[in-house]
Design a protein. Structure first.
Lengths: 384, 400
């Protein structure tokens, strides 16, 4: 972060005319201080003073404030957003550097959130901005800009009367969609038009698993117990389980949203633990998001490395509820999940299930190279 | 000279807020009382709605008032409410003066009836402390300038509850206290109001809890912070977090404790009245009453009576003995804590009906029902003779 900040400061200072170096130097210095805020209040003493100084910035300095979001932490992003909004609001008559902000928006090298904010500033003073800019952002790295573009694409597709043209239009929206509601809306329309839609593949949900359980989790004591699969996944091995000898079972999910219901694979158990193992063939070395939804406490391993552990029971389940990042190597990768069930007796505390997918940071599916071939013509477009 | 110094000292001790302010959850002193206010006793949009301002997002937080401004939090987003808003409105006109938006750094899942904008914001009269279910804490001045920003779940990534969190922050002196209790990283913290730096942080029981911190104001002027969890109530020094005493009891996890002088009304065993002498190391039970236990709303004490909302019933009890005196059957489900103003109790249910009850010694009388027709879960605020209510969509100013 220190090196990035130094590069950021000098980059900004060198980018401005000599006569403005002093003021711009202060701007860069203060932005670097704000960018440096860390966890647990680190850097606040200086950052509060820098934020106060930055609040006096001119509208012309907005692009520089937005650019300071590039590569910074989510905390600093919020500091900078608060400062930028304050500066924008103070401009009498809403006079903002629209051309510069549009130029900033067009440069996808900038932070997706900063670009979105640039768009909002422009749209706030220019009624034509949505119509001019949004249609160009269908595959934008900013999820929010993309969302607006997908919404427009869905609306346009709904106006198409010719069936084939409508299918093509909804395919386009579906391929670009990353938000659940838009994915579902596009999929529903495609189904109405007679298409087969493979939602699980679009999301990248893993559907084929080897499952073993139940191991003992009476009194939640199994959470800290490393049962044999944590040391080695041996698909022919048998182990003593909660209610007798247990072995691995294959489970192939059919659910659109990748749900694997352990009560159907292993029966209903309380105070129990299951392990789910699968292999993922990666096209290349790459950083990926591993995203899990589950009512149950869980741990996730990638190639033997524990990536995350969430000791939380029955606090709801959502797609992408728990996100963690991991490094896939080219070729075969081993994924292991530990899914724990406690002994709550309430009707709402009986679920023992999970849904798990691999994707990039904006939710674009990353598919295992041995995944069965796509069922719809447009899926290769999202295959990574 | 001595008199001058005393006067100067007294002036320095004067709070930055006025009686018309409503600085935090349940009011500036957390009693939910505005005894000198004369609110509308009935409602018709033509006669009693001063204005109705649209909100940019959902929220079950209550409004707060500083001077002639009302501050409201809201949240929105495509598939999760990860956009956090702070809104400022002009009390007179209802005009939105400014809006600030942030990106949540913590978890944004919640029950459909709740919102990421669940905790009511707080103010010290100079600054707004906007807290969210995602455990983001933004500090702005009254003009909307960002002073500092903390992501407490960014600091402690296991802090969160996917049912939603709703504990509201509390300002005591120069510390804003947050209670972040959940199954993961469970803690309470005192944050420096000026810098956003952590003064103290204490571990709390690992379990879901939605109760808010409360202040116990001693006769000696010293304050303690009360933190209620499932297994009891602890009292802490607001500047250091040092625990002064603990009262073991099975407490509710939603309603919060209310204090009047040296007495604490604790949602435990129904409702438990505790007395604490200044400087004491323990709290002593005065009475407890199953019948005066509230469901979601916190207890309100006024005119020698305790008011408790349980399901669709408002109970009035004797403050001295804990004896239930009467019940009034209302309608619907209640999440908001009632306010007492001008001799009446105002109870707002989640269907947007506000019941006005005249509490007597032997019975309570339902005077009227205001029909707002909008889902309301946040506790109302009172400023002067105005009742301020927020729904998911609007901020209402209701006047006589």
């Amino acid at each position: 972060m220190i090196l990035r900040n130094a590069l950021f400061t000098w980059g900004l200072v060198l980018a401005v005319p000599v006569c403005a170096v002093s003021a711009e130097g202060d701007l860069a210095k203060n932005l670097a201080i704000v960018r440096g805020v860390g966890v647990k209040g680190e850097g606040h003493a200086k950052a509060t003073a820098a934020a106060k100084a930055l609040a006096q910035s001119s509208a012309a300095e907005l692009p520089a404030i937005l650019a300071a979001m590039d590569g910074c932490s989510v905390l600093a992003e919020n500091w900078l957003r608060g400062i930028a909004e304050g500066v924008a609001q103070k401009q009498v008559g809403g006079k903002l550097p629209v051309a510069e902000l549009e130029k900033f928006l067009a440069q996808t090298k900038h932070s997706p959130r900063a670009r979105r904010l640039a768009y909002e500033f422009v749209a706030g003073v220019d009624d034509s901005a949505e119509k001019r800019l949004i249609p160009t952002l269908l595959n934008d790295p900013s999820l929010e800009l993309r969302r607006d573009a997908v919404a427009l694409a869905l609306a346009d597709a709904a106006k198409v009367e010719d069936k084939k043209a409508a299918q093509a239009a909804f395919h386009k929206a579906f391929s670009a969609a990353r938000d659940n509601d838009q994915i579902k809306a596009a999929a529903d329309k495609l189904k109405e038009l007679g298409e087969t839609v493979d939602l699980a593949t679009h999301y990248g949900f893993l559907q084929t698993w080897q499952i073993i359980g139940p191991f003992d989790n009476t009194g939640d004591k199994g959470w800290d117990v490393a049962y044999p699969p944590e040391a080695k996944v041996d698909l022919v091995a048998k182990y003593p389980g909660l209610k007798g000898e247990i072995g691995w079972k294959e489970a192939t999910g059919k659910d659109d949203f990748g749900m694997i219901d352990l009560t159907k694979v292993l029966d209903k158990h309380k105070g129990a633990i299951a392990y789910a193992s699968t292999e993922f063939i990666s096209e290349k070395d790459q950083q990926v998001d591993l995203r899990l939804g589950s009512y149950n406490a869980h741990k996730i391993w990638l190639n033997g490395e524990e990536l995350t552990a969430n000791h939380v029971y029955h606090a709801g389940q959502q797609i992408d509820q728990y996100l963690t990042q991991g490094k896939m190597k080219k070729g075969k990768n081993a994924i292991l999940l530990k899914i724990c069930q406690n002994e709550q007796t309430e009707a709402w505390a009986q679920s023992w299930q999970f849904q798990f997918r691999i994707c990039d940071t904006i939710g674009t599916a990353i598919l295992s190279q041995d995944r069965p071939s796509a069922k719809t013509a447009f899926l290769p477009a999202i295959r990574r | 000279m001595k008199r001058f110094l005393l006067l100067a000292f007294a002036v320095l001790l004067l709070p930055l807020f006025t009686a018309a302010d409503w600085l935090q959850f349940r009011g500036s002193d957390q009693t939910s009382l505005a005894l000198d206010s004369k609110l509308a006793l009935k409602y018709s949009p033509e006669q009693n709605l001063a204005w109705k301002a649209p909100l940019v997002g959902k929220g079950v937080s209550g409004p707060i008032v500083v001077g002639n401004r009302i501050f409201v939090t809201a949240s929105n987003g495509a598939n999760k409410q990860d956009h956090l808003h702070v809104l400022a409105f002009d009390m007179e006109s209802g005009k939105r003066l400014w809006k600030r938006e942030f990106w949540a750094t913590g978890r944004c899942f919640h029950h459909p009836t709740s919102s990421v904008a669940a905790p009511t914001p707080a103010s010290d009269g100079k600054r707004i402390f906007a807290f969210y279910s995602s455990n983001d804490l933004a500090c702005l001045d009254l003009e909307g300038n960002l002073l500092w920003y903390r992501g407490l779940a960014h600091d402690y990534p296991k802090a969160g509850n996917d049912v939603g969190m709703s504990s509201s922050p509390l300002v005591v002196g120069e510390t804003v206290i947050v209670q972040v209790e959940n199954q993961g990283d469970s803690f309470a913290a005192g944050i420096n109001t000026a810098t956003g730096e952590t003064r103290w942080r204490v571990q709390r029981p690992a379990g879901a809890n939605w109760a808010s911190p409360a202040a116990l104001r001693g006769k000696d002027g010293k304050q303690l912070v009360l933190l209620q969890s499932g297994n009891g109530l602890t009292a802490h020094d607001p500047l250091t977090g040092e625990q002064k005493w603990k009262y073991d009891a099975g407490c509710s996890s939603i309603p919060s404790p209310t204090t009047v002088g040296n007495r604490i009304y604790l949602p435990a065993n129904g409702l438990t009245a505790l007395d604490v002498e200044d400087g004491a190391t323990a709290a002593n039970i005065a009475w407890d009453s199953i019948k005066l236990g509230g469901e979601n709303a916190s207890p309100v004490i006024s005119g020698g009576k305790v008011f408790a909302l349980r399901k669709d019933v408002l109970s009035g009890g004797d403050e001295k003995t804990g004896t239930e005196l009467w019940q009034v059957r209302l309608k619907g489900r209640f999440w908001a804590t009632p306010v007492v103003a001008g001799g009446h109790v105002y109870c707002v249910n989640q269907d947007g009906q506000c019941f006005v009850i005249k509490p007597g010694d032997e019975k309570g009388e339902l005077v009227s029902t205001m029909e707002l027709g909008d889902a309301i879960l946040g506790s109302p605020a009172v400023a002067g003779n105005a009742l301020l209510i927020r729904s998911d969509k609007f901020l209402y100013k209701i006047v006589p």
